[in-house]
Design a protein around this ligand. Structure first.
Ligand SMILES: [Zn+2]
Length: 332
């Protein structure tokens, strides 16, 4: 067991909540079965955070993304045609939709930063729609981050902390917070980097969305947010929450959308406790997710498919299904 944990680059298990740091009332549910990393799904009885423990070390997490990540998630691996890869993923279309919510709130010549810009679709569209904006971003995947930037001029920095305080008008982070070892630390940095009145937009998967298999939980997602605990986390980081709830775009059903603003006086505080009813609701939500023979067969079938077809083709099939599903959802 200890050998396996070392392979995954996991930190020692200190029994502490990822969001609030509490060590009491941490409930274990079940082991992570997507990849068998040796992590467990836990819930904090104080702040109602749901997270995987033990967490990764910084070096372990970097190794994970450089190595097993793409093998575990074949939908991230292109096959034959790069243009079809992006068309079926829908990166550009989703970027346009997100921008329709964000761009009207950004001042003329404003400075917008994206944490974890991925293939660059959002920045590419932002530059096309709003030539006046100054764009910067942080994205560790150096070889792919320029793919969808198009003509956008983006200043890449190693970390948000490298930018001066009070310098940004907007920060976006789509599907990033759940990957971070220290989500609260990131929100605090974001709050400091924003100017008074500057805004932050966060998108994460919704723990309370309708997931029915333990495969929803996997080692790349270290935290599982509900609207309630995401709101309290942002408030603890000193932000004023303008909206936190189910995404307002139908195509992003199943995700949460947080819109927050930096107030004039920035004061962080300990995370407010969750009420007993919320903790209970979360417990029941997770308890209802079983692990039957169908799930086990699915895992085996995926392993066989990966061995026979390779991650490229398996990913292509997954993307095709996603593409077909999103076409059915979108009005035309
Ligand atoms: Zn907690």
């Amino acid at each position: 067991m200890s050998e396996r944990i070392e392979d995954w680059g996991l930190a020692p298990d200190i029994g502490q909540c990822r969001l609030c740091g509490a060590t009491e009332a941490q409930r274990h549910f079940w082991p992570e079965v997507y990849a068998g990393s040796g992590q467990q799904l836990r819930r904090c009885g104080y702040c109602a955070a749901v997270y995987l423990a033990p967490g990764f070390t910084e070096a372990g997490l970097a190794r994970f993304y450089a190595g097993p990540y793409r093998r575990l998630f074949p939908a991230e691996v292109p096959w034959n045609s790069i243009s079809r890869f992006f068309a079926w993923r829908g990166d550009v279309e989703v970027a346009r939709q997100r921008l329709s919510l964000i761009a009207p709130r950004l001042p003329r010549n404003g400075h917008l930063f994206e944490m974890g810009s991925g293939f660059g679709a959002f920045l590419g569209q932002a530059a096309a729609l709003r030539e006046d904006l100054q764009l910067s971003a942080s994205e560790p995947d150096l070889s792919h981050r320029g793919t969808l930037l198009d003509q956008a001029k983006v200043d890449f920095v190693d970390a948000l902390a490298n930018l001066p305080d009070n310098s940004l008008d907007g920060i976006v982070a789509f599907h990033v917070l759940e990957h971070l070892i220290d989500p609260r630390g990131f929100l605090e940095q974001a709050a400091s980097a924003l100017r008074t009145g500057g805004q932050l937009w966060i998108e994460v998967p919704d723990l309370m969305a309708d997931w029915r298999t333990r495969l929803f939980v996997h080692p790349a997602h270290l935290s599982y947010f509900s609207a309630d605990n995401l709101r309290r986390l942002a408030e603890a980081a000193g932000l004023e929450v303008l909206y936190c709830g189910p995404h307002t775009l139908p195509s992003l059903d199943g995700t949460l959308w947080l819109e927050a603003r930096r107030p004039e006086r920035l004061a962080g505080s300990p995370m407010a406790p969750a009420d007993a009813m919320s903790v209970n609701t979360i417990d029941r939500w997770i308890e209802r997710v079983g692990w039957g023979w169908k799930d086990r067969i699915k895992v085996q079938a995926k392993r066989v498919a990966l061995a026979l077809l390779g991650p490229g083709l398996v990913g292509e099939l997954q993307r095709w299904r996603q593409h077909r599903g999103s076409r059915e959802k979108s009005p035309r």
